[in-house]
Design a protein around this ligand. Structure first.
Ligand SMILES: [Zn+2]
Length: 87
Protein backbone atom coordinates (compact mmCIF):
# COMPACT_ATOMS: atom_id res chain seq x y z
CA UNK A 1 0.00 0.00 0.00
CA UNK A 2 1.23 3.46 -0.90
CA UNK A 3 1.76 5.90 1.89
CA UNK A 4 -1.18 8.17 1.41
CA UNK A 5 -1.39 11.20 3.68
CA UNK A 6 -5.05 12.08 3.32
CA UNK A 7 -6.64 9.76 5.83
CA UNK A 8 -4.94 9.11 9.13
CA UNK A 9 -6.11 7.02 12.00
CA UNK A 10 -7.49 9.29 14.74
CA UNK A 11 -6.36 6.80 17.38
CA UNK A 12 -2.71 6.15 16.52
CA UNK A 13 -2.07 8.67 13.69
CA UNK A 14 -1.06 5.86 11.38
CA UNK A 15 -1.61 6.26 7.65
CA UNK A 16 -2.04 2.58 6.90
CA UNK A 17 -5.78 2.58 6.65
CA UNK A 18 -8.23 0.57 4.62
CA UNK A 19 -11.55 1.77 3.28
CA UNK A 20 -14.55 -0.47 2.88
CA UNK A 21 -15.24 1.37 -0.35
CA UNK A 22 -12.01 0.57 -2.09
CA UNK A 23 -12.10 -2.97 -0.74
CA UNK A 24 -15.45 -3.47 -2.45
CA UNK A 25 -13.85 -2.78 -5.80
CA UNK A 26 -12.39 -6.24 -5.52
CA UNK A 27 -15.94 -7.62 -5.26
CA UNK A 28 -16.71 -5.99 -8.57
CA UNK A 29 -13.81 -7.61 -10.40
CA UNK A 30 -14.51 -10.91 -8.75
CA UNK A 31 -18.07 -10.57 -10.02
CA UNK A 32 -16.91 -9.80 -13.54
CA UNK A 33 -14.60 -12.79 -13.53
CA UNK A 34 -17.40 -15.04 -12.21
CA UNK A 35 -19.65 -13.89 -15.06
CA UNK A 36 -17.09 -15.01 -17.62
CA UNK A 37 -17.48 -18.57 -16.41
CA UNK A 38 -21.10 -19.29 -17.32
CA UNK A 39 -21.91 -21.20 -14.13
CA UNK A 40 -20.65 -18.28 -12.08
CA UNK A 41 -23.11 -15.73 -13.47
CA UNK A 42 -25.62 -15.78 -10.56
CA UNK A 43 -22.84 -15.41 -8.00
CA UNK A 44 -21.13 -12.84 -10.19
CA UNK A 45 -24.26 -10.72 -10.43
CA UNK A 46 -24.67 -10.79 -6.65
CA UNK A 47 -21.09 -9.61 -6.21
CA UNK A 48 -21.52 -6.78 -8.70
CA UNK A 49 -24.79 -5.76 -7.03
CA UNK A 50 -23.11 -5.75 -3.63
CA UNK A 51 -20.40 -3.54 -5.06
CA UNK A 52 -22.93 -1.09 -6.48
CA UNK A 53 -24.77 -0.92 -3.16
CA UNK A 54 -21.51 -0.36 -1.30
CA UNK A 55 -20.56 2.38 -3.71
CA UNK A 56 -23.71 4.32 -2.90
CA UNK A 57 -23.96 3.58 0.78
CA UNK A 58 -22.26 5.46 3.59
CA UNK A 59 -20.40 2.28 4.42
CA UNK A 60 -17.62 3.29 2.10
CA UNK A 61 -16.76 6.11 4.48
CA UNK A 62 -15.78 3.54 7.08
CA UNK A 63 -12.09 3.00 7.47
CA UNK A 64 -10.13 0.46 9.42
CA UNK A 65 -6.65 1.19 10.69
CA UNK A 66 -4.20 -1.56 9.77
CA UNK A 67 -2.01 -0.74 12.70
CA UNK A 68 -4.35 -0.60 15.69
CA UNK A 69 -7.30 -2.34 14.00
CA UNK A 70 -9.75 0.30 15.08
CA UNK A 71 -12.53 1.56 12.87
CA UNK A 72 -13.33 5.18 12.19
CA UNK A 73 -15.30 7.30 9.77
CA UNK A 74 -14.38 10.11 7.44
CA UNK A 75 -16.61 12.53 5.58
CA UNK A 76 -17.40 12.48 1.89
CA UNK A 77 -14.84 15.17 0.99
CA UNK A 78 -12.00 13.40 2.69
CA UNK A 79 -13.03 10.11 1.10
CA UNK A 80 -12.95 11.59 -2.41
CA UNK A 81 -9.49 13.01 -1.82
CA UNK A 82 -8.39 9.64 -0.46
CA UNK A 83 -9.62 7.83 -3.57
CA UNK A 84 -7.74 10.31 -5.78
CA UNK A 85 -4.57 9.93 -3.77
CA UNK A 86 -4.47 6.17 -4.10
CA UNK A 87 -5.51 5.85 -7.73
ZN1 LIG B 1 -4.70 3.30 14.33
Amino acid sequence: MKGQQVVKCPHCRGNKVKSSGTASKRLFWLGVISCITLIGIPAGLILILTYLLMKRSKLRLNFICQKCKRAFKVNEDVYQRYVKSIS
